[in-house]
Design a protein around this ligand. Structure first.
Ligand code: GN1
Ligand code: MG
Length: 543
């Protein structure tokens, strides 16, 4: 290893004294001004991971739905998955090392992981539209170069596009061409094929208003439009030309506040959706004729997609094992509907896509979505082969057509990670094929009223959880208090957990009415404030 080069470049990317950060739910995230050294060091780490896996590794510079002033970085593993957990620990150690410790930590990682120092290394780099992202991605490049790695800078891309391209590269382009154009072509072709059957009905225009959160999604949808069939009419709002990234708009804002984004006027019953800042999440919504807002979130997306797939599986007569994976934030009504009406097994994991993704890999077909709209569908190799074989060879017309639909769904979905563009196309195709309006989709089940709140505490690590984060083990007395509060309300549920992306404790509640969900969330927030070291003003009631 050329430690001289590492030290030379490192001096240009000094760590601010006393700063300590952790590789959290979605990599490192904080104020952009604190991240230069992290970027450089993640460039170094990506080279080691590439050498160890003998594969291309991705580095994405983004802070997703966070405010524009923040930034972040995450590493992408060879098949487009999130970085494996042992390496998350290395990432944290390297990020927090003092200047003089960098060399010994790099050496230790190489020894532990049997990294061959002369192995070829390749890193794909992408970034979102934040003003700070370009400079920060240059720091990643410095890290890659310092250790003699090769890199391809894709510039402005959505997070899922980078994941896709890493997967393409490491499967010798079996998954698709490792270019943004290849991505557009693959998805557009699958979408066109899948929606072919809908084109005979005449009034089959699919109209969708998209809030792009003033982020990368707008740029990429504009590029993609010319590849898409004309029958899909998309109208882009919050395209980043006027307003600030994620400010009062985007999927996270709409989900958390349960209201429409600024900058998008909704006429009654119009189908609308919001992307988040790096276009890996999507939620749908509409206003009814009385002007009431209705959110159609990740749980409803999982329900729509799994219903569609299950119906096709019945048609092809294959007993492939399908399951839905959710987190504790999934609305209780969605879980009940999936288990009791749909008869689909449901599993609950900790928050964070990597947990859902791993669980979903256990099934022939694993549908996973966080309630906030981040999710995808995974098909096992065996399931995929079976479906592709049937789509080609099956003699019975009806079965073969159903298999073809599944095959096109496989090609349309981005299996590496949740992808707003790909998910949107899957949803639009399913709605068109099933002839469903957004209201009919929404009416599949009724969400339980719920509320999400944040509480500021001195150190959120004092809260430790178990049972897929549904119960707090520490601090003492907190879970008992939550249990007591939950008992006061009907069909209620509540839990708290430290956020992995923000310096807050998150509170979630559900109850029979919105007033009760709000009141339960407020009472639980007060319990957190008092028992887990709250700082600042005590939480105020939701108004
Ligand atoms: C309640 C919630 O929506 N939490 C989000 C949020 O994680 P936290 O650990 O809750 O901050 O950001 C993650 C990354 O985008 C996402 O995976 C997760 O679902
Ligand atoms: Mg995101």
């Amino acid at each position: 290893m050329d430690f001289e080069a590492v030290a030379k470049y490192s001096a240009l990317h000094l760590k601010p004294a006393g700063l300590s950060l952790q590789y959290g739910t979605a990599g490192f995230r904080t104020k952009a001004g604190h991240l230069d050294h992290i970027m450089y060091r993640m460039g170094l780490l990506a080279v080691l991971r590439s050498r160890q896996t003998k594969s291309t590794i991705g580095v994405m510079v983004t802070a997703s739905h966070n405010p524009e002033e923040d930034n972040g970085v995450k590493l992408v593993d060879p098949l487009g998955e999130m970085l494996t957990s042992a390496w998350e620990e290395y990432a944290t150690r390297l990020a927090n090392a003092e200047e003089q410790e960098i060399q010994s930590i790099l050496t230790e990682i190489c020894q532990k992981e049997a990294v061959k120092l002369h192995q070829y290394a390749s890193v794909f780099i992408g970034r979102d539209t934040r003003p700070s992202s370009e400079k920060l991605s240059q720091s990643v490049i410095d890290g890659v170069s310092a250790l003699g790695g090769q890199y391809h800078d894709y510039g402005l891309v959505t997070t899922p596009q980078l994941h896709y391209m890493v997967c393409c590269q490491n499967t010798q382009e079996h998954y698709g061409k490792a270019t943004v154009e290849g991505y557009y072509q693959k998805l557009s072709k699958a979408f066109g094929e899948l929606t072919k059957q809908t084109s005979s009905s005449g009034d089959d225009q699919m109209c969708l208003k998209i809030d792009c959160a003033n982020g990368i999604g707008a740029l990429k949808l504009k590029e993609m439009e010319r590849y898409l069939p004309k029958k899909l009419l998309i109208h882009l709002y919050n395209d980043g030309t006027k307003e600030k990234l994620n400010h009062l708009c985007g999927a996270d804002f709409v989900k958390v506040h349960q209201k429409p984004p600024l900058g998008l006027e909704i006429k009654p019953n119009e189908r609308c959706c919001s992307f988040d800042g790096d276009a890996d999440r999507i939620v749908y919504y509409y206003n009814d004729t009385a002007g009431h807002f209705h959110l159609v979130d990740g749980d409803k997306i999982a329900t729509l997609i799994s219903t569609f797939i299950k119906e096709l599986l019945i048609k092809i007569g294959q007993t492939l094992k399908m399951a839905v994976v959710q987190t504790a934030y999934a609305n209780g009504s969605s879980t009940r509907y999936l288990e009791e009406t749909m008869k689909v097994p449901v599993h609950c994991t900790k928050t964070g896509v990597k947990h859902l993704h791993h669980k979903a890999q256990e099934f022939d077909i694993g549908v996973y979505f966080e309630a906030n709209g981040h999710g995808t569908v995974l098909f096992s190799k065996a399931a995929e082969e079976k479906i592709r074989h049937m789509a080609k060879e099956e003699k019975e017309n009806q079965k073969r057509e159903a298999a073809k639909m599944l095959e096109n769904t496989i090609d349309l979905i981005n299996q590496t990670v949740g992808d707003a563009i790909s998910d949107m196309l899957v949803i639009e195709a399913i709605l068109a094929l099933k002839g469903l309006t957004v209201q009919q989709w929404d009416a599949i089940y009724t969400d339980l009223p719920n509320r999400q709140l944040k509480v500021k505490v001195a150190d959120r690590r004092v809260i430790d959880t178990t049972d897929a984060e549904r119960r707090a083990v520490t601090p003492p007395g907190l879970q008992e208090k939550i249990d007591e509060l939950v008992k006061k309300y009907r069909v209620s549920r509540a839990f708290v957990r430290p956020s992995g992306t923000e310096d807050v404790v998150r509170v979630y509640s559900e109850a029979d009415t919105q007033e009760n969900a709000d009141s339960l969330a407020h009472e639980v927030s007060l319990a957190v404030y008092h028992l887990a070291g709250g700082i600042g003003e005590p939480p105020q009631p939701v108004c």
